[in-house]
Design a protein. Structure first.
Length: 428
C-alpha cells in the first residue's frame, strides 16, 4: 500500500514542482520582454494579458471537481425518456456505427428512441439506414430528397422527438455505451438546460495531424469547457455529443432555425447558437466528463482548414449574438471570460503578425521571447493535462498544436470575416 501512495504522491509533487518552474520561466520571459516595452508596449501588455487569461482558465478547470455541478446527488432511479437525433448527409461509412452504438446505450430501451435525418444524401447513406431499420424496427427515419442543411435536420428531429431529453449526435459520433447515463443524469437539476459530454477523436492515432487534434480536443473539453462549467455557463455544447431539455428548446426552435446575420440565414455554429438560446433563457449549460463520446476528426490539412473556417464563422457570429445578452445574464462570466476571450481571439492574428513579422523587420525586436512565452504557457497547460489524465498519451502534441495555431489557424479569422457572406456549410 505504501508504494502506490508514494508513486502517486511523487508524481503529483513533480508536476507541482514542474508547474512552479514553468511559471517562474514565464515571469522571467515576460521580464526580459519588458526590456522592449518602450519599443512595443502594446505587444507587451497583450502578451501579459493573454498569459494571465490562459492561466486563469487552468485554475478554473482545477475548480471543476469542486463545483456544484460535479457534486449533484444523482438518483439512479432518474430515467427520463430520451431521444437521440442524428442529422446526416453522405455519411455511408460512419452512420451505421453511430446508429448501432446509439441502440447499444446502457439505458432502458423502452425509454430510448433514435431519429435519423437523411438530409439529401447522394451516396449509399440511405441504404445503410434502411438496412439498420430492419434490425432496429424502432428506428425513426426522416428522408429528404434535397439537402436542407444540418440546422433544418436538427429542428426536424427535435420536433419529432418524444423524449424529455434530446441528445444531439453528429453522424460520425457516438457514446461509450456504459457512460451514456452520464449525459442524462445532470438533468435531475431542473435548472440545467443543456449538457455537453467529453469527446475524443476516435481516429486520434491515425497520423500526426489527428494526434494534434486529440490533444486539442482534450484541452478544449477537459480544460476550457470544464472551466466554463465551473460557473455553469458552457458557451458551446458541442454538436458531436450534447443533450438538451426539450421543454426548453422546443418553444424557441423556429427562432433558432431562422436566425440571420447580415440579412442571410446562418448555416454554421448550430450547436453554439442553440446553447446561446439556453443561456439566454436563464438555464445552466454544463460539461460533464462522466459521459464519454467519440468522433472523427479531419485526417488531412485541407479538411482541417475547412472545419476551422466553419467553426470560426460560427464562433464570430454567435459571439456577436451572445454579447447582446450575456452581460445581463452572467455579468461576472461576461467581464472575466466572455469579452476578454472575444478581444484575445480577434487580436491574436494581428499581434502574431506584429511579433513575428513587423517587429523583426521594422523595429529589430526579436520574436523569440514572444514565441517562448507561447510555448511556456502551453507547458503549464500540458502539466495540468498530465495531472488529470495520466493515461492520455497525446499531451506532447499540445506543443505542435500551439505552433500550428500561432502560425496558421489564428489567421483563419481574416478569411472567415472576408467570406462571412458565403453561407455554404462546408465539409470535412
Amino acid at each position: 500500500m505504501v508504494k502506490p501512495f508514494f508513486n502517486n504522491f511523487g508524481y503529483r509533487f513533480m508536476l507541482i514542482l514542474l508547474g512552479g518552474v514553468l511559471l517562474f520561466l514565464i515571469l522571467l520571459t515576460k521580464s526580459e520582454t519588458a526590456t522592449d516595452a518602450l519599443s512595443d508596449p502594446i505587444l507587451l501588455f497583450y502578451t501579459i494579458f493573454v498569459t494571465s487569461f490562459q492561466l486563469s482558465r487552468v485554475i478554473s478547470a482545477m475548480l471543476y471537481r469542486k463545483s456544484d455541478i460535479t457534486n449533484i446527488p444523482y438518483d439512479t432511479s432518474f430515467e427520463p425518456t430520451v431521444s437521440i437525433v442524428i442529422p446526416c448527409m453522405n455519411e455511408e461509412k460512419s452512420i451505421g456505427k453511430t446508429i448501432t452504438k446509439s441502440f447499444e446505450a446502457d439505458y432502458p430501451k423502452e425509454k430510448l428512441e433514435v431519429i435519423v435525418i437523411n438530409d439529401g444524401s447522394t451516396d449509399g447513406t440511405l441504404n445503410v439506414i434502411l438496412d439498420l431499420q430492419k434490425k432496429y424496427p424502432m428506428l425513426k427515419v426522416i428522408n429528404w430528397g434535397k439537402n436542407q442543411g444540418k440546422r433544418h435536420g436538427m429542428a426536424a428531429g427535435f420536433k419529432m422527438a418524444t423524449g424529455e431529453i434530446v441528445v444531439q449526435l453528429d453522424s460520425d459520433s457516438y457514446f461509450d455505451a456504459k457512460t451514456f447515463r452520464g449525459i442524462i443524469e445532470p438533468f435531475i437539476d431542473p435548472k440545467i438546460g443543456a449538457v455537453c459530454a467529453h469527446a475524443d477523436p476516435e481516429n486520434a492515432s491515425q497520423n500526426f495531424l489527428t494526434k494534434m487534434q486529440a490533444a486539442y480536443y482534450f484541452m478544449s473539453f477537459r480544460i476550457l469547457k470544464a472551466a466554463e462549467s465551473t460557473f455553469s455557463v458552457v458557451f458551446c455544447c458541442s454538436g458531436c455529443s450534447s443533450a438538451y431539455r426539450k421543454s426548453i428548446v422546443l418553444p424557441i426552435m423556429d427562432e433558432w432555425l431562422h436566425e440571420k446575420f447580415l440579412g442571410l440565414p446562418v448555416t454554421w455554429g448550430d450547436d453554439r447558437a442553440l446553447t446561446n438560446w439556453v443561456i439566454k433563457l436563464g438555464y445552466k449549460t454544463i460539461y460533464t466528463d462522466r459521459a464519454q463520446a467519440y468522433t472523427i476528426c479531419p485526417d488531412n490539412f485541407r479538411q482541417l482548414l475547412k472545419q476551422q473556417v466553419r467553426w470560426k464563422k460560427g464562433w464570430l457570429v454567435n459571439s456577436i449574438f451572445a454579447s447582446k445578452f450575456i452581460w445581463r445574464k452572467q455579468f461576472f462570466v461576461a467581464v472575466t471570460y466572455f469579452f476578454p476571450l472575444m478581444v484575445i481571439t480577434i487580436l491574436a492574428p494581428f499581434m502574431a503578425l506584429r511579433a513575428l513579422v513587423y517587429n523583426p523587420i521594422f523595429e529589430q525586436i526579436s520574436p523569440l521571447y514572444y514565441i517562448a512565452g507561447v510555448f511556456l504557457v502551453t507547458s503549464i497547460i500540458a502539466v495540468y493535462y498530465r495531472w488529470v489524465a495520466r493515461e492520455n498519451k497525446y499531451w506532447p502534441y499540445m506543443f505542435a498544436w500551439s505552433a500550428l495555431n500561432l502560425l496558421v489557424l489564428s489567421f483563419i479569422l481574416f478569411y472567415a470575416v472576408t467570406s462571412i457572406q458565403n453561407r455554404k456549410w462546408g465539409t470535412r
